[in-house]
Design a protein around this ligand. Structure first.
Ligand SMILES: [Zn+2]
Length: 195
């Protein structure tokens, strides 16, 4: 690459993003430099220091407690446990869930070395203990990692005696929850299966 070192550095940074290889990264960086650099720099500097994790659900928020957790119309005794913020966005779009969320930060994956200590399970246990939670809905991708995480949580959380369910198998096998359409998600939530 015959670019100045700071441009090479940017290309290396973009190549770290999921699904972006070195060639795509090079194209993005050059495109930004030619056209939208200032817009992006301004947007990044506005977001820096203003976005944090909600203290309850760990979703991104501009306040200590996010809009969903602080909404008095939400049903606070039901928690949908999800892997990542995109899953919250997908479920919200289905308008079929009025409870709150808990973002684990991933799914168990022995192959990738993601064990329970990398997920926000202790934080979930504290919420169950302190907030009188009645139902936990496990809303995971329909794949081996989703299955492994659901089985693990079923065992680990059984001591609390809360009702636990998992999204119905309406989601196609191997599918990502975040890409499920609204109707599929609504039906998966309504027909959730007791664990
Ligand atoms: Zn929250």
């Amino acid at each position: 690459m015959s670019y100045p070192s700071n441009i090479k550095h940017l290309i290396t940074l973009f190549a770290k993003l999921p699904g972006i290889g070195p060639k795509t990264s090079e194209r993005i960086v050059l495109y930004l430099l030619e056209r939208h650099l200032k817009e992006f720099v301004d947007a990044f500097s506005r977001i820096t220091g203003t976005v944090r994790r909600c203290l309850k659900c760990h979703n991104f928020s501009t306040n200590e407690i996010c809009d969903i957790c602080s909404d008095s119309k939400r049903n606070t005794d039901t928690i949908a446990v999800v892997a990542k913020p995109q899953d919250v966005a997908a479920i919200e779009q289905s308008h079929a869930f009025s409870g709150t969320y808990h973002i684990l930060g991933g799914l168990l994956s022995p192959i990738e070395g993601i064990t329970d200590k990398y997920l926000r399970i202790k934080e979930l246990e504290v919420r169950i203990e302190e907030n009188g939670i009645k139902e936990i809905i496990l809303a995971f991708d329909n794949n081996p990692e989703g299955d492994a995480t659901a089985n693990y949580l079923k065992k680990r959380l059984s001591r609390f005696g809360v009702r636990m369910s998992r999204l119905a198998r309406g989601l196609p096998m191997g599918s990502d929850l975040e890409y499920a359409d609204e109707i599929t998600l609504k039906s998966a939530l309504e027909n959730r299966q007791r664990l």
